[in-house]
Design a protein around this ligand. Sequence first.
Ligand SMILES: [Mn+2]
Length: 376
Amino acid sequence: MKFLHLADLHLGKRVNGFDLLEDQRFILEQVLALCDEHDVEAVLLAGDIYDAPVPPASACTLLDWFLTQLAGRRIPVLAIAGNHDSAERLDFAAGLLAAQGVHLAGRFTGAPRQIVLNDRHGPVEFTLLPFVRAATVRHFLPDADLPDYDSAVAAALGACQPAAPRRVLLAHQMVVAGVCPPQLSGSETAPLTVGTVDSIDASRFDGFAYAALGHIHRAQRVGSDTVRYAGAPLCYHLDECGTEKSVTLVDLGRRGVEDIQLLPLIPRRAMRHLTGPLAKLTEHPTDTGDYIWATLTDPTPLPDAMAALRAAYPNAMRLDYQPRGSAAGPADAALAVRGKPFAELFQDFFTQMNGRPLTIEEARAVKQLREEAAKA
Ligand SMILES: [Mn+2]
């Protein structure tokens, strides 16, 4: 059986104020074309279908269209809720949709749902484990000792019996292999804490031929080739500028996974980071529809720089400065700032903006305002 593994669609997401719905539709159209091209027999959506528990209506319309297209092709869909989804809302009409081959698992209700599909070698079981917190599992297994996510997920998986020799898991969690945390990509949002109580060891999935994971937005294997994050299908953060996105095509044979391919996805608009003086960046703009993050190397901030940038690149998302000669990159700057007391930070900022330090009276006034704000 050939199936496509996708995750973290985040339908309805906005990045720096830009609505990405058309970009998402563009990507989903490519996914459908890949389904046709590769004779895909199932599509797996490993959580964070939507970006928010109450997504915009346009995002619901887009998912409706995508599921209808897949159902029209008789391609079964297996989907779980991620931490961004509302588990209850994702379960809406789940019983009715199951009859159309669209299997949604929003809420965890004591044991993961198991769906059995058949290919030419026989049955394949899909275990649908939506995003769970340890407390969610504890609620259903009050007598079990479940101090952390790892034991909770193990208990949740232990609550169901294998329904076929070939088993595929869908899960949306932080999964680590031994002491190796996955590589984050920037657009994952809290609660994401690597290497602490909310991570699950990949060895928990040993009984599965393939574990289709969601939660981390960079495509990668976790410890073994058959435990994988598909990654988000689009760049959802400027830190991901230039990152290639893909869907994962898995070929499950008679004994297990026979082949895994990352099929590249081409975005409607690329996300690019440009560095240079404003005049240079705007002189001969190329691919002007792209989402642009510009780091200007001009020695001083320029008036209306964003307006000038947007005249060349209408979808410019962010503008910052790094004057030439200042070696400090954004990461170094962040490190330098962390831990500095407020008074010192404000003093630096004021001096940078005004070319002189605060007077004693001004410093006193700032201190007073700060104290009042803290009280409020
Ligand atoms: Mn996500």
